[in-house]
Design a binder for this molecule. Structure first.
Ligand SMILES: [Zn+2]
Ligand SMILES: [Zn+2]
Length: 181
């Protein structure tokens, strides 16, 4: 599967997952199963997902930018569905919201990026994942996506335009974490 096919596959999977999750949540809440649609936005970058719980049918909107960099991250994808689906029942991140997420296997769910960082769930495209350093002009470029080997090889320095940048991942590297903070 090429990345475009993979994205379409994951999108379809998320729609099915959302239906199932919402059904389970409705049962727990003792309410009828609300209809839910999952839509995908190319323009949404400020959040990984949003929930339009006031619409009929209820709508979960997912950021394509964040999803695209997490196609091989099923923990992220499922958790995102649970988080946004729970907002159909509880718009805020209060205790009822957290209880509902916990009932579906996501304890201590809160505002997404913060919680995930605490629980060491890597969310590509949301937080800096590492940085490139140019060995020639020393320019440092922070990246929010974990690069492939191919991307590291191809990456050009934005300043001196040369290739051969060195990639330093943020995680597990206190020295570089300190540099990025
Ligand atoms: Zn939320
Ligand atoms: Zn350079």
């Amino acid at each position: 599967m090429n990345p475009t096919q993979k994205l379409e596959f994951v999108k379809a999977q998320m729609q099915r997952d959302a239906n199932e999750v919402v059904g389970q949540m409705a049962k727990i809440e003792g309410v009828p199963h609300p209809e839910v649609v999952v839509t995908f936005s190319n323009r949404l970058v400020s959040a990984v997902g949003r929930c339009f719980y006031w619409e009929t049918p209820s709508r979960i909107q997912i950021s394509v930018q964040h999803l695209s960099s997490n196609l091989d991250n099923p923990a992220f994808i499922h958790r995102l569905i649970i988080h946004e689906a729970a907002h159909i029942f509880h718009p805020n991140h209060g205790s009822q919201f957290r209880d509902l997420c916990a009932a579906l296997g996501c304890p201590d769910e809160g505002p997404t990026t913060l919680t995930w960082r605490e629980q060491n769930i890597v969310v590509n495209g949301v937080e800096p994942q590492g940085h490139f350093k140019c060995p020639f002009c020393k320019k440092v470029t922070v990246t929010k996506v974990v690069p492939t080997q191919k991307r590291i090889k191809r990456k050009k320095c934005p300043l001196c335009k040369q290739r051969g940048l060195i990639y330093y991942p943020t995680r597990g590297n206190p020295l570089h974490r300190a540099l990025l903070l």
